[in-house]
Structure formats: C-alpha cells, structure tokens
Design a protein around this ligand. Sequence first.
Ligand code: SOE
Length: 385
Amino acid sequence: MAKPLNVGLIGYGFMGRTHTNAYRQVGKFFKLGYEPVLKAVCARNATKIKEFAANWGWESYETDWRKLIARDDIDLIDIGSPNNTHAEIALAAAKAGKMVLCEKPLAMNAAEATKMVKAIEKAGVPNMVWFNYRRVPAITLAHQLVQEGRVGRPFHYRATYLQDWTIAEDVPQGGATLWRLDAAVAGSGVTGDLLAHSIDTAIWLNGPIVEVSAATETFVKERVHQETGKKMPVEIDDACMFLARFENGSLGTFESTRYARGRKNFNTFELNGADGSVYFDLEDPHILEFFEHKNPKSNKKVEDHLTGWRRINVTNFEHPYMKNWWVPGCTIGYEHTFTNALADFLKGLETGKPAQPDFRAALDTQKVCDAVLTSAKKRQWVKVK
Ligand code: SOE
C-alpha cells in the first residue's frame, strides 16, 4: 500500500492545472511508495479557488498561504504562484519542515535563490523545481545518449525558445494571466520565463555554463497595466540572445523571444560532438534526431553511403518513461512531462536519491540568467558566479 502524501498547492493558473493533473495521474501510471492526496489548494480569490478545488477534486481550500503552511495535515507545499512569491513561501514552508516543490524559475534572481537553497538545505526537506522539459522522453533520451558517449567531445550547443503571444501592442501587462509581462512580479521577461528552460536543459546535457555575452530588447516600451489601468513602462526583456562558453570547452548560442510570428512554443536544441549530434524540437515532441558518426561501443566510424540523421520515435517500452504509458507508437504529450517529473520526485523519496533539479541545481540556472541580464546591460562578457 502506498503511503499518503498530503499536498498543499499554491496557485490555480496554468501551472496549478498542470501540477494538479500530475498529482491525480501519477499513482495510476507509476508504481510508487507514496500516493499524493489533494488535501488543499490556495489562492487569494475565494470564489475562484473554491471553483478550482471543486473542479479538480481538492479536498479543501485556503485563501492565505500562511494558513496552508501552518496546517498539520499538509506534508508538501507546492508553489505554483507567480515568481515574486516563490522565495517568501519557500522559506516559510522549509521552516515549517514541509517538503517543497517550486515552479520555475526558482526565484526572481540568484540572490533570492541562494537564500532559498540555504533555507531548504538547513531544514533538510526534500525539494525539486518543476523544469518539466527534462521529462520529455525524447529529451531524457538525448541525455542518455550523451551519457553513453554517443556524442563524444562536444563542440556546439544551439538552443532556441520562441513564442509570439506579445506582439500586439494592446496586450496589457500585470494581473492574473499577464504577470509574466510585469518585471516586478516576473523578475525578467523571456530570460527567466523561457531561457531558464533552455539553460536547465543545456546544463543537464552539456554541463556548466561559465561565461556569457548577451543582448536583450524590449520592442513594446509601454503597456497598460491591468491593475492600475494606466500605461506604464515595460521593464521585461521581450527578446534575449546570448553566446555561452561551457566548462567543457564547447560554445553555445541561445535565442529567445515572444515576437517570432507563428512560433507558439518552439523549444529546440542541437548538440554537435565529434562522434554524433542530437536535435530536438518541442513542436515534434516524440521525436529525437540523432546523427551517428562513431559508435562508442565498437569504437568504429559508422559513417558510410547509408548514413543520415535518424528520426527516433521515442515511444517504445525501452525509452525513458514510456513503459508507464501506452503501447509503442502511441505518443504522450505536454501534461505527461509533469507527471513524469512528479514520479521521479516520489521515487526519490523512496530511494533517498533526490530527483533533479533540486533547488541547488536550479540555482545554477538562476545564476546564468543573472549573468545574461547583467551582460546585456553592460554590453560585455560576464562570468557566471
Ligand atoms: C510562457 O508562455 C510559458 O507558459 C512558460 O511560462 C512555461 O514555463 C513554458 O513551458 C510555456 O510557456
């Protein structure tokens, strides 16, 4: 019998839904020692949170996160609220001895994230940050191929994360769904929101980033703020491009924008090594492209007149996570990445080997984001510290 794990979730927006869905699904698809119980969900707006709780099957709701943390019947606090709330909630939850899960980016900046890491490690509570794309089976497979030595000495890492939903000048900033455009709430624009994903994946696949040179732009300078009704300066980065040096000697390019017309959630990467390359595109999420030049097992060059990029349909039982879902050829989607992440977290509780990225690992991403923003401001290369 799986032990019940009582969850208290803060936030009911996009991420509140993805996380709730994961809590509901995980025990049905993964054999685990813990079973999440949807104990309580929390947000300031009583009408909305009551409706959310009823729709998704939460047992109760709170309108004050401090009350939620104070409850004896809650084991785990999950932070799915906007970025400017993460630190305060995480510190309080850690102090209360609760396990803590946090939506990405971990914090508004590295200084805040450092405090969170200290608090969580002092409390010794299990923790994880929801960088869900690590759990796209094709991306996990890319990691496996790198670990198996199939890429060999890495030379280039190339990432793009493109969207197009803020091109119209009359999109307001701030408030319930548009806080991502308000720097006071989001911390930054595409750097913290989109590039944080790309950076997390890059570090996971290709190791630490040590130095960056960036450029950012804010194309629409003023937008009406939903809370004041007034036109206010836009202080987030609408687009960000940066060059990176990895500790392993390879070079990286990263590009992100919310102004790439037609691109909705275009999250891609390619890693080129001496012995092989991998390419992934989230708009084709079940495919991993692999080019093999030399096989690490035979240590032989495999390139001949039949060589070409392989499109691996990552849906077989031997592929990461897939034996837990359907049968080969039947794809899974975006929402399953959260369920896979949660399964890893719960497995980590059983095995004592914490699921990654934990807060400390997510701090590395936060430090790169900070260096990127500093570099763009100073117009010079900046070391990641
Ligand atoms: C932004 O539009 C956003 O919702 C991000 O906040 C998510 O992290 C990303 O996965 C999808 O896009």
